[in-house]
Ligand binder design. Sequence first.
Ligand code: SF4
Ligand code: SF4
Length: 220
Amino acid sequence: MIGTGILKGMAVTARNFVGSYFEEDRLITVQYPEERIPLAENYRNFPFLPYDGDDPHAGLRCVACKICEKECPPQCIYIIKSEDKKPDYMGKPQFYPAVFDIDISVCMSCQICVEVCPFEAIKMDKEFELSRRERFDALLLRKDELSKSNAYYHRICPTEAAEVDAKLAEAAAAAEAKKKAAAAAAAAAAKAAPSTSPAPGSTSTPGASPPASAPPSHSV
Ligand code: SF4
Ligand code: SF4
């Protein structure tokens, strides 16, 4: 029958309206901004740049590879790569963004920048109270405003941040193990290499040709 849907909808509204005087669960509105409903963990708004530790410059994970800048559909990311390098979370020297801007008046919150970043260096924020009085450039967020600590990331997305930490710790441990294995292999190779100094009782004289040695093994 025509209008049944409307009547059903009004019945739900009436049930919630009357019920809200007796059951708190039926109160579906809050007195914002005094009252706030906690945001869902997967809620996202605009990107931010997480950094490790206390120093936003030293701990910034971004290495200015510009992949996010290239992939951003509305092209609202602007990066200038540094000329010098700083150590990343594994101690490896890396470039960093001298400039990293995002125009959030253009950003469409698609999260593609997050998905393409190979360094876990850009994540989605939940900050939504971003209205500004100025008309121009006020929503162009600079690196300083975009940089937020890993502790903040843990506060807004605890599950995801813990997964990222575990992944980075695993990568750092694998890199450390590889470094140690390479150092051990180099030490073993140096030990196995024939000595160039003449053995006691040897008849070789300075300037004479060195004894033939086994061909060097090829490392892989
Ligand atoms: S969320 Fe989407 S639109 Fe916004 S900066 Fe990232 S890639 Fe660009
Ligand atoms: S945020 Fe990630 S993808 Fe974008 S420049 Fe930095 S490291 Fe590269």
